[in-house]
Design a protein around this ligand. Structure first.
Ligand code: SF4
Length: 80
């Protein structure tokens, strides 16, 4: 399968995250729980203290990432 198109940006409202981990199941290793504050982040933003981050998602894993976002009960993810 060929993947085309630009990466998608997902805005992550970390301040709403309750650390439940429901979003971790679909795409292993993309979302991670920060060891610093127990809220969702990515490897790229592992040391962030920002409460709102904009994460660029490669098109190849976009469907899985969207599904994982749909598992969140706290409205953390906004897909643009
Ligand atoms: S599912 Fe939502 S509230 Fe739970 S860890 Fe993931 S982002 Fe945080």
């Amino acid at each position: 399968m060929n993947y085309t198109g630009k990466p998608k940006v997902i805005t992550v409202h970390r301040n709403r995250c309750i650390g439940c981990g429901y979003c971790l199941s679909e795409v292993h290793g993309f979302w991670i729980i920060s060891p610093n504050d127990g809220k969702i982040t990515t490897k790229e933003f592992i040391n962030t203290k920002e409460q709102i981050i904009k994460v660029s998602v490669p098109i190849e894993i976009l469907d899985c990432v969207k599904e994982s976002c749909g598992n969140c009960p706290a409205g953390v993810f906004k897909i643009q």
